[in-house]
Design a protein around this ligand. Sequence first.
Ligand code: MG
Length: 231
Amino acid sequence: MKVALFDLDDTLYAYNPCHEEGLFQLTSYLVSTWGISKEEVLTKYDSSRKLVHAQLKETAASHHRLLYMTKLCESFGKNPITYSKHLEEVYWKGYFSKMELDENVIPIFEGLIKRNVKIAIVTDLVAEIQYRKLLHLGLENYISVIVTSEEAGADKPNPAIFNLALNKLKMNSPEDAIFIGDSYSKDIVGANSIGIKAFWVSNDSDPVKSNSLTIQVRDLKTLRGIIFEHV
Ligand SMILES: [Mg+2]
């Protein structure tokens, strides 16, 4: 049996349109309810995010929008208990409204399953949000295993998250697994570090990033053309 491990964000769907809409909705809401400027919201959101990242680096909680909203409320002298959960929902409602599965994902997943390849999702961030994303994208019935960095205790590229996925799949040999992801420093470095061959989905053209355990593909359409030769 072989397994295919996939990153979620910015691999199976485009992250930027979602994040931009989330920020737009958050900003519009705060401009109208708190009477502050758009620039102030964006500046303080960014510094709140950086503060949380610095405090909680390489953990799932470092990406938690609820914590960003808590710092944002604090920076405006507002009660975070009153506002932050609602602000988080405003952001995610905007985010989910723009979330669209890449058209190549279902054909890739169906082709893998037809070849008895199990599919796992290995993703940073908290389980609650990542499960919501997978349900929104309609992927739950294709996926055998999910591991979030919340469950593993550390973000990629920490080997713990990759090993937990292999353990859940009862897979002892990393050479029978492949990983697909967009981030070189997280997905590719992490997968390669425990001997998993990785497909790096990226337009980046830095030659030093090539190695025998890494195959670069420019997009999922290209991946779809070659992945079945590797399982
Ligand atoms: Mg990603």
